[in-house]
Design a protein around this ligand. Structure first.
Ligand SMILES: [Zn+2]
Length: 155
């Protein structure tokens, strides 16, 4: 069997459903329903809750921009950075159903000037780097949601 040429950079943070749409995976407290991202399976973050069981659940694919910034400098070694380095935007997006705020890179071609607080965003994936075995490692990313496409509308 040939090795997959594309793999997530970090296992278990996001997955694709049958239609190929990517969603994040979060932890949800079995007792108080508090969500966490990145996902973990214990240690509820709610100080008023003593539960130690979080279930892994798919999170909303959409949300609204809560805050954003632009990274104009490459990260220091050993973090992988493309050469030449291109500035990229980072958005903190509040998920539609959970209210959780998830920080992520914004897809190439969208910079801070293109973003606004409250803007609808949608989850996708983008290549992050190619590892020593030639495997393209991907990460989740935010893109501006297409205003014309409505969630759940079939063609
Ligand atoms: Zn809890």
């Amino acid at each position: 069997m040939p090795a997959a040429s594309t793999q997530p950079a970090i296992e278990g943070w996001f997955a694709a459903d049958d239609s190929g749409a990517t969603h994040l995976i979060g932890g949800k407290c079995a007792q108080c329903a508090t969500y966490v991202f990145p996902p973990r399976e214990n240690n509820c973050p709610n100080p008023a809750c003593d539960s130690d069981v979080l279930n892994l659940v798919p999170l909303s694919r959409r949300g609204k921009v809560w805050s954003y910034t632009e990274n104009r400098y490459p990260p220091p070694a050993p973090y992988p950075a493309p050469d030449p380095f291109e500035p990229f935007a980072i958005a903190a997006v509040q998920l539609a159903d959970e209210g959780l705020i998830v920080l992520g890179k914004v897809v190439e071609g969208t910079l801070a000037a293109d973003l606004k607080v409250g803007m609808d965003m949608e989850l996708t994936t983008m290549p992050l780097y190619t590892d020593a075995d030639g495997v393209e490692r991907t990460t989740y990313a935010w893109m501006v949601a297409d205003a014309r496409s409505k969630e759940g509308t079939a063609r």
